[in-house]
Design a protein around this ligand. Structure first.
Ligand code: ADP
Ligand code: MG
Length: 762
């Protein structure tokens, strides 16, 4: 029996899902797989685990597991459910990569989807679990998709073994045909239980004009206006990333300061972020000089949990109309944005990496006499429901991960959201009463949005996934029951790359072409492949790391992999100058950068490591100098890139220590440059990862045409390619090089070069 406090009990009874408890539990009792659909905020995540617990699914020999695509949801939901049930976090726990509070006694475990996937690797039948709930399935994150595919096989296997398990797929939208109508996935379509939404009408206001890029400014003006002119009610603002969220919070706090001098308690609750940040920084500094890193955030991860790049694929329609009184128009008069201490605004940030105690603040009522304003990234779209929001202000943008076709390296870009996403955001305004959504773009722009965002798996290269699946001993990846399959071409490309990296066994060379192609998709994993699968970076970088255990090369390889993942260490100075003064400045900066590159690349043997040596030198020097803005500015380094590299370096160091405990690596801010021998090894290590990116200098006797002067030939491209003028090898023209990427401008240019020896080429 669960002993809930009266006010929790009361709040629960208001949730739409409570009315469906019996129907849901009956469906689960009679079916191995059940899909539960319900609008965000209906109570799926917090209540379904409790239903199961009360029905006895966690008693005896098995526990309830719930996966979330985002870390923030795993942590905050486990805490909420523990509170609601009056149980300790030893019983209701969470696990995210390298962090968690699960114990022997845990009966309800929230975790990221990546964590459960790793558990499948250790125990394919997931015998520990009586029930697995896949939450937020509508987000279609790659791990979630793969888990559903795996579980579709695990559930019948458990049945056969006489230890049946239940699978519950939960979605915030009704768009679940990819799970229910996919016969390969579930031959018997699972029943769908629909929780009635309790949604109030939301009036959508479009801007007449769409701001070109200053959507932050536009957001600020709109929030200011709402706060000055419209009736009470919380405001939820959608922006794209953590930095943007913070800067908006600062701006709003400056304009509408809230000074909690009335009570000490409130003052503590509202303690300014910056004060806390300074305190934390001081504490951290006191403890050690090493950079503090977040162990759970890899921008180089094959598929990562909890970044700001999740998008939803949703299809609910909210009322779109206009309401003259509340239509604030989109003029940008400064008048409304002036400093005004008379109407305090209680501003709170919300994003994935925000500390849990700060996240929890958004669920509490704002101090008396203030209006709540939550400035959030996409996490507020479906993962977390913030109470009492009446106004939504949304810029129509989202930060998404994009993949470089040539290198497979990923980067974040800000793009328009889908119509489904926009409607989901608007819906956040109608949870407790009728509300308003202000879209900072025109209806014409909205009409051009794509309807839904595609499942992540169709938008990215899949070499990392194929490697993970092979590590799970799924040899015929092409037969895997994906909810949405990646294209056969991308599977073949992935398999080919993995074979060339030595992660998969070579297919037999005989047979007709077609057979060969099919054979390619069934190649088993090698022991090198298994080692590579343990690193959270793209396979080519994992290979570099796996090889660099030798000759103490690992600390260097970690920097190289971090720097290659971040890319563009130096400031981009190819912009047109607006004044003579600026022209001079740019010229000086360019000269400085090329001078530093020469210094960092060094002479003789070390220069042969080329641009990779520059990466090592730049990171080394920057860390030695303390990674200050000043050092970066003076030397033309992008400070943001250097911080990102520092973060990744810390993370990878931890992973390597976890994979090879005997390595006992640490992040050394005063690292010595590699020795001559090590440089030789590092060149080979880099080549091992970029083995399909070899280029050979055209010899004079081969010069048929002037366009091949100083050009290189690569196996992949028929056109001549050239060394980029920014490369330190530009004037050297070594006979053989490997490159990180090719960019096309006036010519095809190779970047990120290392020279290699002809005898190394197989
Ligand atoms: P769903 O999963 O269907 O989107 P949830 O179970 O996450 O719904 O949320 C149900 C309700 O619980 C919402 O009204 C939400 O505001 C509330 N809630 C969730 N977490 C907390 C929390 N930490 N504190 C207070 N209320 C919360
Ligand atoms: Mg939920």
């Amino acid at each position: 029996p669960v002993d809930r406090s009266p006010n929790i009990q009361e709040a629960r009874l208001k949730l739409p899902i409570l009315a469906e408890e019996q129907i849901i539990m009956e469906a689960i009792k009679h079916n191995p797989v059940v899909v539960v659909c319900g609008e965000t905020g209906s109570g799926k995540t917090t209540q379904v685990p409790q239903f199961l617990y009360e029905a006895g699914y966690a008693s005896g020999n098995g526990i309830i597991g719930i996966t979330e695509p985002r870390r923030v949801a795993a942590i905050s939901m486990s805490q909420r459910v523990a509170t609601e049930m009056n149980l300790s976090h030893r019983i209701v726990s969470y696990q995210i990569r390298y962090e968690g509070n699960a114990t022997e006694d845990t009966q309800i475990k929230f975790m990221t989807d990546g964590v459960l996937l790793k558990e499948v690797q250790r125990d394919f039948l997931l015998t520990k679990y009586k029930v697995v709930i896949i939450d937020e399935a509508h987000e279609r994150s790659v791990y979630t998709d793969i888990l559903i595919g795996l579980l579709s096989r695990i559930v019948p296997l458990r049945e056969k073994k006489g230890q049946p398990m239940k699978l519950i797929i939960m979605s915030a939208t009704l768009r679940v045909e990819d799970f229910t109508a996919n016969k390969r996935l579930f031959p018997t379509p699972p029943p769908v239980v629909q929780v009635d939404a309790r949604q109030f009408p939301v009036i959508v206001h479009f801007n007449k004009r769409t701001p070109l890029d200053d959507y932050a400014g536009e957001t600020f003006r709109k929030v200011s206006k709402i706060h000055r002119m419209l009736p009470p009610g919380g405001i939820l603002v959608f922006l794209t990333g953590q930095a943007e969220v913070h800067s908006m919070c600062r701006r709003l706090r400056r304009a509408f300061p809230y000074r909690p001098n009335s009570s000490v308690k409130e003052a503590v609750a509202a303690a300014d972020d910056s004060v806390e940040a300074i305190k934390k920084f001081k504490k951290a500094k006191h403890k050690s000089n090493l950079p503090r890193i977040n162990l759970d955030n890899y921008s180089a991860m094959p598929v990562d949990e909890g970044d700001e790049d999740r998008e939803a694929g949703i299809d609910d329609e909210d009322g779109v109309g206009s309401d003259l009184d509340l239509d604030l128009g989109d003029d940008d008069s400064e008048e409304v944005t002036k400093f005004d201490p008379s109407i305090p605004l209680y501003v709170l940030p919300l994003y994935s990496l925000l500390a849990a105690e700060k996240q929890a603040k958004v669920f509490r009522s704002p101090p008396n006499g203030t209006r709540l304003c939550v400035v959030a990234t996409n996490v507020a779209e479906t993962s977390l429901t913030i109470p009492n929001i009446k106004y939504v202000v949304e810029c129509g943008k989202v930060k998404k991960r994009f993949y470089d076709k040539v290198t497979g390296v990923s980067s974040f870009k800000i793009t328009w959201i889908s119509q489904a996403s926009a409607n989901q955001r608007a819906g956040r305004a109608g949870r407790t009463e009728p509300g308003h959504c202000y879209r900072l773009y025109s209806s014409a722009v909205f009409a051009d949005f794509e309807k839904f965002s595609a499942a992540e798996i169709t938008r990215r290269p899949v070499d990392d996934l194929v490697l993970q699946m092979k590590d799970l001993n799924i040899e015929k990846v092409i037969n895997f029951p994906f909810p949405t399959s990646p294209s056969p071409e991308s599977l073949i490309a992935a398999e080919e790359l993995l074979i060339s990296l030595g992660a998969l066994e070579e297919p037999p060379k005989h047979g007709r072409f077609k057979e060969l192609e099919r054979a390619k998709l069934t190649c088993p994993i090698t022991s090198l492949g298994r080692a590579m699968a343990s690193f959270p970076v793209a396979p080519r970088y994992a290979k570099m790391l796996a090889l660099s255990k030798q000759h103490d090369c690992m600390p260097y390889a970690i920097i190289i992999v971090s720097a290659m993942t971040v890319r563009e260490l130096f400031e981009q100075l190819d912009r047109p100058a607006v004044s003579d003064e600026e022209t001079e400045k740019l010229k000086r900066k360019k000269a400085r950068i090329s001078q530093m590159k020469w210094i960092w690349a060094g002479q003789g043997p070390s220069l042969k490591l080329g641009d990779v040596m520059v990466m090592l030198g730049a990171v080394g020097a920057n860390e030695y100098a303390g990674c200050t803005t000043r050092f970066c500015t003076e030397n033309g380094l992008r400070h943001k890139a250097m911080i990102e590299i520092r973060r990744l370096r810390g993370q990878l160091t931890n992973v390597v220590n976890a994979v090879f405990p005997e390595a006992s690596l640490f992040v050394d801010p005063k690292m010595k440059p590699p020795t001559e021998t090590q440089v030789m090894y590092l060149r080979q290590i880099v080549m091992a990862g970029l083995g399909d990116h070899i280029a050979r200098k055209i010899q004079s006797e081969e010069l048929l045409d002037g366009k091949w002067r100083n050009a290189y030939k690569t196996p992949l491209i028929d056109e001549p390619v050239f060394i980029h003028p920014n490369s330190v090898l530009f004037k050297h023209l070594p006979e053989f090089v490997v490159y990180q990427e090719i960019v096309e401008s006036s010519k095809m240019y190779m970047k990120g070069l290392t020279s290699i020896e002809s005898e190394w080429i197989p």
